[in-house]
Design a binder for this molecule. Structure first.
Ligand code: G3P
Length: 219
């Protein structure tokens, strides 16, 4: 399963890329709005750092506007994936952009039929939002199970990109279900690195090593 980071922050992306675990990046208008720099410059820099799929989202709501903005985004770098919202206009824009040879990520997916329609329109990725479904007492991960099953049944090339991830448990469940990608906020990736028994274990290894060194020096 591929790991994307869900952020528009260059420093966070640089730090994770340096660890060597990052396959791509997703952004959205809310994440980009938090950053001070020009969005085009940010996306260009992210593509240079990651050298993998980087989703940049359109803000137009009509198909023609989405197609125009999508082409502008794609001109930034070969790594850009054009993110469009799941609306009828978004699906139409997806079809045109995919037919042009662009990779499209259809976002704001909350049902299996939405994912299926996006796949039929040639989406490279669909982004079901698991956390936002959990927020309204509906199982986000149940939706992932449904989409993975449907795409497997019909051999769709569209990848299931699990979004709105709120905890490491979402990541484990996504991997067990065979999702293709998870996009994870930096804070949740950080949580995946931490385990108290790892810290305690390492402390003990180092103390035992020091004790043995001191005993050898005194022998
Ligand atoms: O990038 C889309 C998605 O991951 C947003 O997540 O936490 O705002 O529901 P969230």
């Amino acid at each position: 399963m591929k790991l994307f980071v869900d952020t528009g922050n260059i420093a966070e992306i640089e730090a994770l890329a340096a660890v060597g675990i990052l396959d791509g990046v997703t952004t959205n208008p809310s994440l980009m709005a938090k950053e001070k720099e020009d969005p085009t410059a940010i996306l260009r820099r992210i593509c240079e750092i990651v050298q993998g799929p980087v989703s940049g989202e359109v803000v137009a709501t009509d198909a023609e506007g989405m197609i125009r903005e999508g082409r502008e985004l794609a001109a930034i770098s070969e790594h850009i994936v054009i993110k469009v919202p799941f609306t009828k206009d978004g699906v139409r824009a997806c079809k045109v952009l995919a037919d042009d040879g662009h990779k499209v990520n259809v976002t704001l997916i909350f049902s299996a039929t939405q994912a299926w329609l996006a796949a039929k329109a040639g989406a490279a990725y669909v982004s079901p939002f698991v956390g936002r479904l959990d927020d309204i007492a509906t199982s986000g991960m149940h939706l992932i199970r449904e989409i993975v099953d449907i795409f497997e049944n019909f051999d769709y090339a569209t990848e299931v990109l699990v979004a709105s991830v709120r905890s490491p448990i979402h990541i484990v469940e996504a991997a067990r279900m065979g999702a293709d990608v998870v996009t994870v906020p930096p804070a949740v990736i950080e949580q995946c690195f931490k385990h108290p028994l790892t810290d305690i274990g390492l402390e003990k290894f180092l103390k035992d090593w020091e004790k043995a060194q001191a005993a050898r020096a005194n022998a």
